[in-house]
Design a protein around this ligand. Sequence first.
Ligand SMILES: Cc1ncc(C[n+]2csc(CCOP(=O)(O)OP(=O)(O)O)c2C)c(N)n1
Ligand SMILES: [Mg+2]
Length: 658
Amino acid sequence: MHIPDDKLLWMYRKMLQIRHFEERVAVEFEAGNIPGMVHLSTGQEAMAAGTCAALRPDDYIVSTYRGHGHNLAKGGSPARMMAELFARETGDCHGRGGCLHITDFRVGNLGSMGIVGAGIVLAPGAALSAVLRGTDQVTVCFFGDGASNQGMFHEGLNLAALWKLPVVFVCENNLYGEATPQAEQHQPIKDIADRAASYAMPGVVVDGNDVLAVHQAVWQAVARARAGQGPTLIEGKTYRWHGHYVGDPETYRTREEVAAWMAKDPIPRLRAYLLARGLLDEAAAARLDEEVQAEIAEAVAFAAASPYPDTAEVCRDTFAPQPPPAPAQPLPSETVLTTGQIALREALAEELSRDPRVFLLGEDLRQAIFGVCNELYEEFGPQRVRNTPISENAIIGCAVGAALTGMRPVAEIMFEDFLTCCMDPIVNSAAKLRYMTGGQVTVPLVIRVPGGAGLSAGAQHSQSLEALFWHIPGLKVVAPSTPADMKGLLKTAIRDDNPVIFFEHKALYFEGGELPLGEYTIPLGVADVKRPGTDVTIVAFMAMVPRALSAAETLAAEGISVEVVDPRTLVPLDMETILASVRKTKRLLTVEEGALTGGLGAEIAARVAKEAFDYLDAPIERLAGRDCPIPFSPLLEEAMYPSEEQIVATVKQMLGRE
Ligand SMILES: Cc1ncc(C[n+]2csc(CCOP(=O)(O)OP(=O)(O)O)c2C)c(N)n1
Ligand SMILES: [Mg+2]
């Protein structure tokens, strides 16, 4: 393969830049100028430079906590990166990311992941996004030898191969995962590249310290990906000169081993080649070295002179800004009677028609148990309604990667309980990428999940886990109770620039209710008073709303006036409406289906106790699911969560009317 002269010189300069950057970072860390921990890639420069030399500026990379070299090779600024390591406002991520999360989105770096293997499921999403947008961009996913043992490795490679996505998986095999040798203790096969055979993709082993070999392998893989022929797995055998982190006692390897690998330094190797070819002479090489050292010294000076972030702005970029919600509209007069399932389907169909960036992905979308998407598959086709393998990590990871790169995916997780199988891409990627990149990216993603009890589906298909997710900053959480709310809120969620978890209660799919005709949206963060009243406020969620309404009807017959407030969205939470109601009724009962301990009612009770304590005429009461797994027997299951009778009895007791 012919490599143009200017590219050879570029790779040489880039390796020098990475080397000097990393060595200076070690010095600055030891001098106490860099907080936290640093993971250096010294010795591995040929992997970053050889790979990125095969990419266009508009191609993407997904990187790791050992990512300084990747970011520089993709075109990132040494000064902004050094400032980030110095924890300054002028850093790439404004001091929110640091070494673990070095990211320059401007040059196509989608994020450096501190979770081993996390990027392997994001990369297929960025690649899918390129395909759906009709570009020929390629995504390179860097990861280590240790990461190839993650389940996400299987899910990511399998999905990329199945959909023939333009991804190049680049494994930097530096022989160790932290303190454990890969070959001896982690790997039953000789080469990681052998695993490619399981996914019917090429697996290539290269000398990772030979930048020309790396470049050639990646160049071929990129050409293949751009031509629509699918992904490749490239394994480069290399070595990190420093420990896992600066300060690592390195008891797991010998000085002789390190010295033997240092003798295989990729930089003098390319220099010798360039000298032999007459592309460089000793004087020019020395000048280049000085020039790069000066550039790094300037980066340090810039970092050291930069201001620290303003602590008043610690929460900045947790969420992408949204225009303030328009006041909620009353239900239009023209409505039809329908079910939650149809309302949701209408919302999806309308958004798919309105915005070409919207697409759906999930398991069994063609013929699902709850069937929200069934007819959409026929209507919008397999490109936009994408049936996936049973790979929850890949579904959400792919959605996050696509959301980062211009699409607006709506992922379905078949049962709420299965959210536990994809906690990493939800909690560590979707919820955090905007914040830890200092606001460089947005993640407009909706995750729809059917949940809740009532179908005798047992402990692993019946849970209400909303409280787990509203505890995670960076996620919006929606929990509607009527067909109209489902439609209006889902349409808004799809238009929101943030990750939204959209909880759908199975029992409500087939409940009837009024649905406005045509375009109808409801702002997130606006509660709905489902029934006005004066004696007690009930804040109820999802399937507990109709139950609270029936209890209110029963109580009305006894002269007790109950106000039922349905928050509809948990994040953002409309505390104003709840507080206004409690200030009026002077009593609060919360009713939810999820477990009592640490539940939604606990948080609302705490906030009301703080903000409206003086108004309360009775202790705040909470009714919730029992603190045990959900049983199968219908009788036991019904005993699990608040009944209408319990709601009635609790309200009476609060009023001293037992
Ligand atoms: C999910 C997860 N498990 C464990 C860790 C702790 N950890 C950080 S780096 C690392 C080793 C990873 O090795 P490898 O993938 O070979 O990358 P390298 O550090 O060698 O570049 C481990 C176990 C983590 N960050 N994430
Ligand atoms: Mg390793």
